[in-house]
Unconditional design. Structure first.
Length: 307
């Protein structure tokens, strides 16, 4: 399939978000400086981002037609087979874009290499055309395939996650649910469940293991430093702060899901139950009493072009 159009996906800068809130740059500056922060940092970040974006636009137009969309419109945008995606922003933008990419290849561009580490951003404003040209020529020898976690509800709704899913409640109160994995089923009360992909294993999931390692070291009086190695065709789930009572247990608190396996969770929460994707509060499914979620590896993949 010949590439006919590049879709540039971008996030608003912090300065643009402030302008939406305060209407004018002067009002935004007054607010930030009143809080003791450096407003020039917001301006510098904004200028650097647009320097990169403008150069990308000029250079991409020589290779293929393009269209720009903001990150907030991703859930409603339909990518075509003849598209290529340019994600210009931080790593989180790549993760969020990938969930809606529908197998369309992604060239991830770091607009500010002095500010962003760019673990998922192999290209910058000067060399991104290498990735675009690979897609135009259908040369996908240098591509990273990334799998998703999937939450499928019994009402037909589905939600994908590049990094992790969180199942719990909106507020700080305990989540109540029934958890089934393999031959085990138990009712639990906890701070929620994290289900992580390999891509997300160094993020939120790592904090759970850091806590477990610290508690283990305290109880055993030994220094513990264990991490979990996992592959792209695995998911790991961990129950946060499970509470044991007459009704609830804590025997099934962590596990590895391989291809074909499912984690089944039945909500026992009358209200405020949710399933979040990648820590984005706007990207969620309601998960209240009567809802049953099946968690598994998705058959969908994201294709990130590399150097």
């Amino acid at each position: 399939m010949r590439i006919k159009r590049a879709i540039i996906v971008r996030s608003k800068t912090r300065l643009e978000t402030l302008l939406e809130r305060f209407n004018t740059k002067m009002q935004a500056k007054f607010y930030i400086e009143k809080q003791g922060a450096d407003f020039s940092d917001y301006e510098c970040e904004h200028e650097t981002f647009y320097d990169s974006l403008n150069l990308i636009q000029r250079n991409i137009s020589a290779a293929v037609k393009y269209k720009i969309i903001d990150r907030e419109f991703l859930p409603h945008f339909i990518f075509s087979d003849d598209n290529i995606i340019l994600a210009v922003g931080q790593d989180g933008l790549v993760a969020n874009t990938a969930k809606y990419s529908k197998n369309v290849p992604i060239v991830a561009v770091n607009p500010d290499k002095k500010r962003y580490d760019g673990v998922l951003l192999p290209f910058d404003k000067n060399d991104f055309l290498q990735g675009v040209q690979s897609a135009v020529k259908n040369d996908y020898r240098k591509v990273k395939t990334v799998g998703f976690a999937q939450a499928a509800l019994n009402d037909g709704q589905k939600l994908l996650a590049f990094n992790d899913l969180f199942i719990g409640v909106f507020s700080h109160i305990s989540a109540r649910y029934k958890l089934s994995f393999g031959n085990l089923t138990e009712e639990q009360s906890s701070s929620g469940i994290i289900i992580s992909t390999q891509a997300g294993s160094t993020g939120w999931l790592s904090s759970v293991f850091n806590m477990a390692n610290g508690v283990s070291a305290l109880l055993s009086n030994k220094c513990v430093n264990k991490s979990l190695a996992m592959s792209d065709n695995q998911l790991v789930f961990a129950v946060r702060e499970p509470f044991v009572s007459i009704k609830t247990r804590a025997d099934l608190v962590a596990g590895v899901l391989n291809s074909g396996q499912k984690l089944v969770i039945e909500s026992l929460m009358p209200s405020n139950g949710v399933i979040f994707s990648d820590g984005i509060e706007k990207d969620f499914l309601n998960f209240n009493s009567g809802s049953i979620a099946e968690i598994s590896l998705s058959c969908e993949k994201a294709y990130l072009i590399t150097k």
